[in-house]
Design a protein around this ligand. Structure first.
Ligand code: ADP
Length: 453
């Protein structure tokens, strides 16, 4: 399995997401603008038709017929019909709150031009309309003009409603316009608000995606690394095992061969010495095979803990007593210190016994005549604490971080290097750990905790 470069993948994902979000933002801006424009023109169309519908065609025609010239504009302004229509127009502009101008117009059939009549804004009585863009097709029955430009370059959107008499004849039209800039300003405000909301939404989705992709890839990477580590461990284990088996095997082989060759010339003492050395070799091999077997069982996950509640102080005391004779023979003072009685813990007795055994045999191995070993059991909060402290040779700072690794031994040490690896596995199975403090020449202290039952 290959490990994946998470950061690179996440970077590509982020670039892709940013590109998609940018494209979507631009695209959505133009789409929304087109929709808003269509909606706005439709609104103007509705307003134009509604206001035009209220104007009486007869009254409108009568007004134009009464004041047929520009010069009569002042009289026209004062006419009650003019005032009425003018108020309808200004009232509609006010009510709809449109930044719009609204005016009525009439088509002069002789010149084919459009003449403005009543306006809310700038138009005067019987003035020629500055631009009639888009008006022709909608003059008679009303409709949307859409976007158009006046002579000064200002852009508008507009719509027209027909002014009809009681015979449904069109006698004029009402036009509603809005400058495109003012529409754009209002539309942009809303579009930007929509875009910000969708960007926030996209960002939340992106962040969630980012987190989930990262966790998936990290898990995948971890698995790949674990597999590589396992493979390396397997190789290392094979190399160590073959090396450590070969040494005693060669020595056994050598001594047996010598004994066979010299069997007639060797005296009894020499033969005994050779046989004892061979026996030591087989003993070393046996210990190693047993420990390897034990460690592989502990690490295989098949090993289930036989949990039971027991008195830890009692078990530690018994195990320590088993080492008393060996300690006395080496001139080592082995003492126990049990501050608290009845320290009940939940664990596997056989395995905890094994841990104390390994720690004590190591302590005895690394102490000499006159040294001291103190085994201490006490309560510490919700835990029981066991420590094995010796005044022996101590462990060098270079070795200290590695002593719990399989096959790690101090220089010129005779052991297998598996004792502390077994301790670590047992502690792992109990969900705890064994710690060590040591100084070369001053001794070592190994301790572990178990939760109180
Ligand atoms: P072994 O079975 O060979 O003793 P261990 O795993 O038990 O292997 O110990 C690994 C190494 O840790 C030993 O070779 C020794 O160098 C060091 N060590 C362990 N316990 C002690 C101790 N009490 N004092 C000094 N060194 C120790």
């Amino acid at each position: 399995m290959k490990t994946v470069n998470i950061n690179r993948i996440l970077m590509y994902t982020m670039i892709a997401l940013i590109a998609i979000a940018t494209y979507m933002t631009i695209n959505s801006y133009y789409t929304q603008l087109a929709i808003y424009e269509e909606k706005e023109i439709f609104k103007l169309d509705c307003i134009a038709r509604a206001v035009a519908y209220k104007i009486s065609g007869e009254e409108y025609t009568e007004l134009i017929d009464k004041y047929p010239s520009k010069t009569l504009k002042d009289e026209a302004f004062r006419d009650t019909s003019y005032q009425k229509i003018y108020q309808q127009l200004t009232g509609a502009v006010k009510m709809t709150m449109l930044p719009s101008e609204m005016y009525t117009l009439t088509k002069d059939d002789s010149s084919n031009k459009y003449i403005t009549t009543i306006a809310t804004d700038s138009y005067q009585w019987l003035q020629e309309l500055p631009t009639s863009a888009g008006l022709d097709p909608v003059y008679n029955s009303g409709g949307m003009i859409g976007r158009f430009k006046t002579g000064d370059g200002t852009q508008y959107i507009g719509a027209v409603g027909p002014i009809q008499n009681s015979n449904m004849q069109t006698v004029g039209a009402l036009q509603v316009n809005e400058t495109f800039d003012s529409f754009l300003m209002r539309a942009r405000e809303q579009i930007y608000r929509n875009i910000v909301i969708s960007l926030i939404f996209i960002s939340i989705v992106a962040i969630l995606m980012f987190i989930s992709v990262k966790s998936i890839l990290t898990r995948q990477n971890k698995l790949a690394l674990e597999k590589i580590e396992l493979e390396n461990m397997r190789r290392e284990l094979l190399a160590n095992v073959s090396h450590d088996i070969r040494t005693p095997l060669f020595s056994i082989h050598g001594y047996v061969e010598t004994m066979l060759m010299k069997k007639d010339s060797l005296d009894k003492d020499q033969m005994t010495k050779y046989l004892e050395t061979t026996l030591q070799g087989t003993q070393r091999l046996k210990t190693m095979v047993d420990e390897l077997f034990e460690l592989s069982k502990l690490e295989s996950k098949e090993r289930k803990l036989n949990l039971e509640i027991f008195d830890l102080a009692e078990v530690v005391q018994d195990t320590t007593s088993g080492f008393q004779v060996e300690a006395n023979q080496k001139g080592i003072q082995l003492k126990t210190e049990m501050n608290d009685r009845g320290i009940k813990v939940n664990g596997d007795i056989a395995l905890i016994d094994r841990v104390v055994n390994n720690l004590l045999s190591n302590a005895i191995k690394h102490c000499k005549n006159g040294d001291q070993i103190l085994v201490h059991v006490s309560k510490s909060g919700q835990h029981a604490l066991v420590s094995v402290k010796d005044s022996g040779s101590g462990i060098s700072p270079e070795d200290l971080p590695h002593i719990f690794n399989r096959f790690h031994k101090g220089k010129a040490e005779p052991g297998t290097g598996l004792g502390l690896a077994i301790v670590k596995s047992i502690m792992d199975l109990h969900g705890t750990s064994c710690t060590v403090e040591s100084k070369t020449g001053e001794g070592s202290s190994f301790s572990f905790r178990l939760p109180l039952a």
